[in-house]
Design a binder for this molecule. Structure first.
Ligand SMILES: [Zn+2]
Ligand SMILES: [Zn+2]
Length: 201
């Protein structure tokens, strides 16, 4: 599996195209991005699914345009963030984007789409429906865990106590993972466990 990173929009959201042979899964689509869409079209990749790490507008605001451009696929989100997706246009910053309409919600544990296999961890805190997705030795952490930091917990849809519990859950994950974050650079789980003040004590 190859991970291609696309940085989108004013908030520099990271969107990821996970490629396996001629198929792909997209993790988060911030805004309409010709770069991302052209990449899929020009490489003739068959889109298997869009997986959302959470329902914030800067992670789902370009999903519908992507589906119109490259073809229909299921859009997964945690059930508790469906409403956020559907009302993305009402984001408090008035950032122009599209509402997003998920077609599936995550169950507990394993998720198979095409030849991709994910482990879905519900990690509420930043939003009630935030998830962390594990695939092989890669972790897609959304806005739950950043390189040296964590996501904001001061939104109406946030919960500080839940975030603490979710970070404990992440801390207990065995083995090492490359962590692909919703914003900022990628990192290693082992490094975050040692140096991230929110994880290392
Ligand atoms: Zn967010
Ligand atoms: Zn974000």
């Amino acid at each position: 599996m190859i991970v291609h990173t696309f940085q989108q929009g004013l908030l520099s959201t990271n969107c990821y195209v996970l490629q396996h042979q001629n198929t792909c899964v997209v993790v988060d689509v911030a805004f309409v991005s010709q770069e991302l869409e052209n990449f899929i079209l020009q490489n003739n990749l068959q889109l298997q699914a869009v997986l959302l790490t959470h329902g914030h507008f800067d992670h789902c605001g370009g999903v519908e345009h992507l589906l119109q451009t490259v073809g229909k696929a299921d859009v997964f989100v945690h059930v508790e963030d469906v409403e956020l997706c559907k009302t993305a246009q009402q984001n408090p910053w008035g950032v122009p984007c599209q509402n997003c309409f998920p077609t599936k919600t995550y169950g507990q544990g394993r998720l198979c789409v095409g030849s991709f296999e994910f482990e879905v961890l519900h990690t509420p805190g930043h939003t009630h429906g935030s998830v962390v997705l594990l695939c092989q030795d890669k972790m897609f952490a959304g806005d739950t865990l950043f390189c040296g930091s964590i996501g904001r917990t001061d939104f109406a849809e946030s919960n500080k106590t839940a975030m603490k519990n979710s970070l404990q859950k992440i801390k207990q994950i065995q083995g090492d993972y490359t962590v692909f974050c919703g914003h900022g650079p990628a990192t290693l789980l082992s490094i975050e466990k040692e140096t991230n003040v929110f994880l290392c004590h």
